[in-house]
Design a protein around this ligand. Structure first.
Ligand code: FES
Length: 125
C-alpha cells in the first residue's frame, strides 16, 4: 500500500452483490460504502445528497442496498442510487449523486482509499 492510502479491507471481504461500510480511520466522520457488482468494486461516501452536509444512509450495519440488491438505498427517505454511477434514480434527490471514492487494489487484494477521504465529509458539512 502506498503512502497516503488507508486500507479498508480485502477484496474477498465483499462478496458479489454485497455492500459494506468501512470507517477509514477510527475518528472519521463517515463510512466509505463499498459495493461489489459483477466483481467490480464501487465506493462512495455514506452521505446522502438529499440534505446539505449529507445523512448516513443505512438503517442498520451494512444495510446499504435496497431489498433487491439492485440499488444503493438511503433509508431515511427512500432515495435510490445507481451502483455504477452513484446517480440518484428515484426519490427526493433526483439529479444529484453520491460522492465517489477512488479505490486502489494491491496485488494481494487489499483495498484502500486516499487518506484525505477520512476527513472529506467533515469539510463538506
Ligand atoms: S436523507 Fe437520504 S433520502 Fe432523505
Amino acid at each position: 500500500m502506498s503512502a497516503g492510502q488507508l486500507r479498508l479491507c480485502h477484496r474477498d471481504d465483499i462478496p458479489e452483490g454485497a455492500a459494506r461500510g468501512f470507517l477509514p480511520l477510527p475518528d472519521a466522520p463517515r463510512n466509505v460504502i463499498v459495493v461489489n457488482r459483477g466483481g467490480q468494486l464501487h465506493a462512495y461516501m455514506d452521505s446522502c445528497p438529499h440534505y446539505r452536509g449529507g445523512t448516513p444512509m443505512a438503517w442498520r450495519k451494512d444495510a446499504y442496498l435496497d431489498a433487491e440488491g439492485a440499488h444503493i438505498a438511503c433509508h431515511a427517505h427512500g432515495a435510490l442510487f445507481d451502483i455504477e454511477t452513484g446517480a440518484c434514480v428515484s426519490g427526493p434527490c433526483l439529479g444529484r449523486k453520491l460522492t465517489r471514492v477512488p479505490l486502489s487494489e494491491a496485488p494481494d487484494g487489499s483495498i484502500s482509499v486516499p487518506a484525505q477521504v477520512a476527513g472529506r465529509a467533515a469539510r463538506e458539512s
